[in-house]
Design a protein around this ligand. Structure first.
Ligand SMILES: NC(=O)C1=CN([C@@H]2O[C@H](COP(=O)(O)OP(=O)(O)OC[C@H]3O[C@@H](n4cnc5c(N)ncnc54)[C@H](OP(=O)(O)O)[C@@H]3O)[C@@H](O)[C@H]2O)C=CC1
Ligand SMILES: O=C(CO)[C@H](O)[C@H](O)COP(=O)(O)O
Length: 345
């Protein structure tokens, strides 16, 4: 199996190193010269660190040429914030080859639909998959090194068409044995925990971020009251999932299955999650925690609710609040997933 990874950021570097270590052929693409240059000048070598495991690998190709990067790939992993999915889908649609499989790590809410609709315009029938979240909790600590704070026990993966989820997951698991087939992309999309964990704490701590205060996002940024608010967002997400006949875990259960954290309440569980203990708050308010997770996560969840006439007042008020603070119209700029029903057979 040959892999192309799009996005040499935190997750892209982690996947590239993980796969290269096992001898897989990996091409890494990023559009920004300043991102790829440090790796090129390091002789294509990147470093992976997780706990006591530390290794260095040499990538086959690192490039800012998308066409070159995908030439021989069986799997194309998109490991970027969801706000560039649409642009990327157009770029890929014109050059992708038959049988190449695209996997979004993650799709956030509805990423695979965005890709599928754009690929359809180009008469491309490639399988598109999306995961519920990124396998790794990780950060690049310099231009060539990634630190992995934790790996989920497993990550749900679904494809369009949905009857390919099992086959794609089992192929991928030969290389990365952490994926579990989900029913369809509605299940991955409604298990999007970024929607639950990211925007609210970010907004409630925005003054600290503007003041350049360094603090731990999950440990210090989520206090008991903020945690209670997060649970309300989570309850609305679960209500929406129920309207689509889907049972999704609540945030507490999710932390337990993904990270093995055991606790009776969400605040305590977030505090106890070792994978979260080192994650610092973003250094700027222009962060994916809002710019990705409001328009690409909360907004499509809100649209899914509207479709089923489900009330999600807290999610809607958070979208409005974030829009007012950021002086944007996230609701209208975000994903609306009006074609969803075509893809959840
Ligand atoms: N990192 C983590 O622990 C987790 C991440 N995720 C999700 O995984 C996905 C990937 O995350 P992560 O790897 O951390 O993302 P990064 O922020 O590291 O971004 C990945 C790559 O995309 C590039 N990028 C960012 N913005 C743009 C843009 N506007 N145009 C073109 N390229 C851009 C980045 O470049 P640049 O560096 O210049 O911004 C970077 O090279 C996201 O959806 C995220 O929410 C989910 C759970 C955990
Ligand atoms: O458990 C997760 C939800 O997707 C992430 O791993 C967690 O949110 C940490 O990653 P980040 O804060 O970088 O998104």
């Amino acid at each position: 199996m040959r892999f192309t990874i799009i996005g040499a950021g935190n997750g892209g570097l982690a996947f590239a190193a993980f796969l290269s270590k096992q001898g897989y052929n990996v091409n890494l693409f990023d559009k920004f010269t300043e991102i790829i240059e440090p790796i090129q000048t390091n002789n294509n070598k990147i470093e992976f660190n997780e706990d006591k495991e530390n290794y260095s690998v040499q990538l086959d190709v690192i490039t800012d040429n998308l066409n070159e990067s995908i030439q021989y790939a069986d799997f194309i992993f998109v490991v970027t914030p969801a706000f560039i999915h649409e642009t990327l889908a157009y770029e890929l649609a014109s050059i992708i080859k038959k049988k190449q499989i695209v996997i979004l790590h993650p799709g956030r809410t509805g990423g695979a639909i965005i890709f599928k609709n754009i690929f359809n315009k180009f008469n491309k029938n490639n399988i598109i998959g999306e995961t519920e979240t990124l396998l790794f909790s990780c950060r690049k600590i310099n231009g060539t090194k990634v630190k992995v704070y934790g790996k989920k026990n497993y990550v749900g993966l679904a494809t369009i068409p949905s009857d390919k989820s099992v086959e794609v997951t089992s192929s991928l698991n030969q290389a990365i044995p952490y994926f579990k087939p989900f029913e369809n992309i509605l299940e991955t999309s409604l298990n999007n925990m970024g929607a639950v964990f990211h925007p609210a704490p970010l907004i409630f701590n925005i003054n600290r971020i503007e003041n350049k205060e360094e603090f731990k996002f999950y440990l210090d940024g989520i206090t008991p009251l903020i945690s209670t608010y997060i649970e309300k967002i989570d309850q609305e997400r679960i209500k929406v999932a129920k309207a689509y006949n889907l049972e999704v875990p609540n945030a507490l259960e999710w932390l337990n299955t993904k990270y093995g954290v055991k606790s009776s309440n969400l605040y305590d569980s977030l505090q106890k999650n070792k994978s979260y203990s080192s994650i610092t708050a973003p250094s700027t308010v222009m962060t994916r925690y809002v710019l990705e997770d409001v328009p690409m996560s909360l907004v499509p969840i809100s649209h899914l609710a509207k479709e089923k006439k489900i009330e999600v007042p807290i999610i809607n008020s958070l979208i409005k609040f974030a829009s007012d603070i950021y002086n944007k119209d996230f609701y209208n700029e975000g994903r609306n997933l009006k074609d969803l029903s075509m893809y959840i057979d």
